[in-house]
Design a protein around this ligand. Structure first.
Ligand SMILES: NC(=O)c1ccc[n+]([C@@H]2O[C@H](COP(=O)([O-])OP(=O)(O)OC[C@H]3O[C@@H](n4cnc5c(N)ncnc54)[C@H](O)[C@@H]3O)[C@@H](O)[C@H]2O)c1
Length: 459
């Protein structure tokens, strides 16, 4: 099928950057990204690109280049579906918060709503592409909805999971390790392969059956998260044995069978995907009665929760077993550097624990606005919104955030943190001045020389 018009449902962290790159590389295809969230669409259409809803290095430039030419952001979902030969479903698939599978299974209600919407309004044949991360065999459900609700048009369903990492999304999209397309119809697969083919070499475009494609995405995230939990498990052992986790990581990473990436010990992984995708994998395994498989992967999450908890426990015990009434400055709130995404960020859980111990928290993050910080804490419902407002303050300046603090907790590995005037920060803090470096980004010797009591992970 010749594709002249693409519609993407979901203008989020995946839909936005992915479609912007597709539009840039395919100037003859009109790409329309639609969303039910009017505020988000308005932000994507803002003249001032510093106000785009998603921060990713290099993204604003591509939006400036393509927006209004062949890239459009709209809330007119039905119109965009009708106009397009190919429709990407890129909506959120969070962990269920109710009913069967609560806390484990993926909530597919948004995906199902999209499928029903497409089925109801489509008047011509469509290729429907699963871009969202979905449980293996979801395509079957989508197919059933499309074929039983529709206006007698043909639908081909493809699975095309997204492997971009936030913070490097544009680079990952421009130079993907691979593009994965799962499907039954060769014609549909080649239509999508042609779109990627405008900038990705054919050897990097993998064609598989739908189920392998769906399961590969969950598996990739499980393997990546497992590496983090593996090195974090070793970090705790290092702290008891005078081994240094950086040295261990370097030594094992030079083994070509292991490789050096994803071996940074830290406060634990966050982000919208790793936890929810592993929980989903565990749920699927259990639903087939594969308890050993489920237990194995669940341990990755258990270890990650343990790592966050032991960071805050260590902070409290080091501050003479109480943080009540003490000011703790948190540098970083995003789940990793170079993104404004805070979903499942370790900072949220560490802050929540410290707040339960009556600490006062001062937050500085270069890209996360105050509204998100309060929103994240209020969402947990551990205490009232008013109490969070009283106990937490946010700052636009790191020197102000750390003034008068008893301790600093580094939660995100933003590069700018390394370049601060740490002597100035030290001078303005309560003494002894503590740093808890949850990302191992500062130099211990240098910090000790200034006078800080410095501790990091795995050393
Ligand atoms: N964020 C990542 O790094 C990443 C990477 C790879 C894959 N994924 C997967 O991609 C999917 C999307 O993730 P995201 O981070 O972009 O989510 P997101 O929450 O940032 O964006 C999803 C968007 O879909 C919109 N939406 C929901 N239901 C809709 C409907 N019925 N009609 C129109 N719009 C609707 C929401 O308003 C929201 O703006 C998820 O399945 C996720 O697991 C995410």
């Amino acid at each position: 099928m010749k594709v002249n018009n693409i519609c993407c449902i979901g203008a989020g962290y995946v839909g936005g950057p992915t479609m912007a790159v597709i539009a840039k590389k395919n100037p003859n295809i009109k790409v329309t990204i639609v969303d039910i969230n009017e505020e988000r669409i308005a932000a994507w259409n803002d003249e001032d690109v510093s106000k785009l809803p998603i921060y990713e290095p290099g993204l604003a430039e591509i939006v400036v280049e393509t927006r209004g030419k062949n890239l459009f952001f709209s809330t007119e979902i039905d119109k965009a579906i009708n106009e397009s030969e190919m429709i990407f479903i890129s909506v959120n698939t969070p962990t269920k918060t109710y009913g069967k599978g609560k806390g484990m299974a993926a909530d597919l209600k948004y995906v199902e709503l999209c499928a029903r919407n497409i089925a109801e309004v489509a008047k011509t044949d469509k290729i429907v592409v699963e871009k969202s991360t979905l449980p293996v065999r979801t395509a079957q459900a989508i197919k059933s909805i499309l074929h039983n609700t529709g206006n007698d048009v043909n639908f081909h369903i493809l699975s095309n999971p997204e492997f971009l990492a936030e913070g490097t999304a544009v680079q990952d999209l421009l130079n993907p390790d691979r593009v994965l397309i799962g499907g039954e119809s060769e014609d549909a697969i080649e239509s999508l392969a042609n779109i990627y083919g405008s900038w990705v070499s054919q050897e990097r475009i993998l064609r598989t059956n739908v189920w392998s494609s769906e399961l590969s995405k969950l598996t990739a995230n499980a393997f990546l998260a497992q590496r983090i939990s593996s090195i974090n498990a070793i970090s705790e052992l290092c702290e008891h044995t005078e081994a240094n986790v950086n040295e261990v990581a370097r030594a094992i990473g030079m083994d070509s069978r292991i490789g050096p990436k994803f071996l940074n010990a830290s406060i634990g992984f966050g982000g919208s995907c790793f936890q929810k995708d592993i929980l989903n994998l565990v749920y699927i395994a259990r639903s087939y009665g594969l308890n050993a498989v489920a237990d194995y992967w669940e341990q990755v999450i258990i270890l990650n929760d343990h790592q966050k908890r032991r960071f805050s426990d260590n902070l409290i015990s080091t501050l003479y077993n109480t943080v009540s009434g003490k000011k703790i400055a948190m540098l970083g709130w995003a789940f990793k550097k170079d993104t404004n995404d805070t979903r499942e960020s370790a900072a949220i859980y560490v802050a929540d624990h410290l707040l339960s111990e009556q600490a006062n928290i001062a937050v500085y993050d270069p890209k996360v606005p105050a509204k998100k910080v309060y929103g994240d804490l209020n969402y947990l419902e551990t205490r009232s919104d008013e109490e969070n407002k009283d106990l937490v303050s946010t700052f636009d300046d790191p020197y102000e955030a750390t003034k008068g603090a008893h301790a600093i907790a580094i939660m995100t590995e933003w590069d700018e943190f390394k370049a601060y005037d740490w002597k100035k920060i030290y001078d303005n803090m309560k003494k002894p001045a503590f740093i808890f470096d949850g990302r191992n980004i500062l130099d211990k010797a240098e910090m000790n020389k200034i006078g800080f009591e410095y501790s990091s992970i795995g050393k």
